[in-house]
Design a protein around this ligand. Structure first.
Ligand SMILES: Cc1ncc(COP(=O)(O)O)c(C=O)c1O
Ligand SMILES: N[C@@H](CCCC[NH3+])C(=O)O
Length: 396
């Protein structure tokens, strides 16, 4: 639970803006996800792209998750943090030769391969090292994730994965590639998916393709269905932990596994979103005729999602006489940052208790795709962090 009192105390001497991570909530989320996945014998790789803060990664590694990486540096980071190479997968439409070579050196579990040309390149680089690379084919299943158009990835018009009509050629290439071992098929249809029916549709496609490979004599070890489970940006206190039980049950009920086949997942957002908040102070209040502006010391440089996708994040006043839930006068504010871009806006017409300079503002559900997407535009300061006390008995 978001402990405002503890946070206000911790923050009082702290410069803002600052990312606050609730490590207890993170641990509870990881425990819930692990328990729900273990019930079905599912393997979960954490998608590092969502947040690669080292304290967070350590907790995730200790909780027994693998790693899903999308660059050579993410692979390197995962190894440094102590993820076992055998628990690391590497996706990405544009893996460079250097990145592929380094991942081969580490003998990672699998490359999720996104094109036929990439198969040929990995085969050549593996041959040069005299080894065999384990690969899974990332297939574009043309399933509509019913999410924001910029974060949908599994439609024919998206750049990700191999199209189903290219599978014949992919299989032919594999047949000619002595240094590749096909271990599975991989899918990822998009992010922030809140309608579980979408995952049922994905299962139907995975089953069809699993049969397609089976009929051609391929014994696939792994079905990797990617990530994408969404979180509640509107009510973070009501739903601090996503419903992992229902999510994994969809796959347990609808995926038709062949004997011995493993199911792998790549969750990012669902594991880390709710544990993070961006904490900021009000620099200025501008009262206009048409609008009131709350100008914060945090901007799109610290949290880009609202500017980039018009994403909603709950905005709360943390302190002040009335507190966030008090019966003080409420006003509507456009909550903006100091960056010289009009899109530098966290929310329009946000209803808040009357604010003044120095008040603390929390922008919630910022643990995923927050800090990692920060930029130094306008030569902003480096990101600062603050952590809640480490959960008892947990080693970070
Ligand atoms: C291949 C792949 N796997 C996993 C993820 C993690 O997605 P999410 O954070 O929505 O769980 C992504 C990002 O969308 C991705 O591109
Ligand atoms: N960055 C996106 C999600 C992209 C997921 C990675 N393919 C977000 O903030 O919601």
């Amino acid at each position: 639970m978001f402990d405002r009192k503890q946070l206000i105390e911790a923050i009082s001497h702290q410069e803002t803006p600052v990312y606050y991570y609730d490590l207890l909530l993170l641990q509870q989320t990881l425990d819930a996800a692990k328990q729900a996945a273990d019930k079905h014998g599912f393997h979960v790789h954490y998608a590092l792209k969502a947040n690669f803060n080292e304290r967070i990664l350590s907790l995730i590694r200790n909780a027994g998750f693998g790693a899903d990486c999308v660059s050579g540096n993410e692979v390197k980071k995962a190894i440094e943090i102590g993820f076992r190479p055998n628990d690391i997968v590497f996706a990405g439409v544009g893996k460079s030769d250097r990145e592929i070579r380094e991942a081969l050196n580490h003998d990672i579990f699998a490359f999720n391969v996104e094109s036929i040309a990439e198969l040929t390149v990995i085969n050549t680089l593996a041959a040069a090292q005299g080894i065999k690379a384990r690969v899974a084919l990332r297939i574009n299943p043309n399933v509509d994730a019913q999410t924001h158009q910029y974060i949908t990835t599994g439609l024919d018009e998206n750049k990700f994965g191999i199209a189903h009509w290219q599978l014949g050629e992919a299989v032919e290439t594999l047949g000619q590639s002595e240094h590749l071992e096909l271990i599975g098929i991989h899918f990822h249809i998009g992010s922030q998916i809140t309608d579980l029916n979408v995952f049922k549709s994905l299962c139907v496609k995975v089953n069809e393709l699993n049969n397609w490979f089976d009929e051609r004599g391929f014994r696939l070890q792994v079905l990797n269905v990617g990530g994408g489970l969404g979180v509640d940006y509107h009510q973070p206190d009501l739903h601090p932990i996503p419903d992992f039980q229902s999510y994994f049950s969809v796959f347990a009920d609808f995926l038709e596994r062949k004997p011995g086949q493993e199911v792998h997942f790549e969750l990012g957002r669902a594991l880390v979103s709710q544990c993070g908040s961006l904490i900021s102070r009000v620099l200025y209040v501008k009262n206009g005729i048409k609008k009131n502006f709350l100008i914060l010391d945090a901007g799109m440089t610290e949290l880009m999602r609202p500017a980039l996708y018009q994403a909603y994040h709950q905005i709360e006043k943390l302190d002040g006489d009335a507190g966030a839930q008090g019966d003080a006068e409420q006003l509507r504010y456009d909550v903006v940052g100091p960056i010289c871009e009009s899109s530098d806006c966290f929310g329009k017409e946000v209803l808040l208790p009357k604010c003044e300079r120095g008040d603390l503002i929390a922008i919630r559900t910022a643990g995923a795709y927050g800090e990692v997407m920060a930029s130094r535009y306008n030569l902003r300061e480096e990101i600062r962090y603050l952590y809640s006390p480490t959960p008892v008995g947990v080693d970070t």
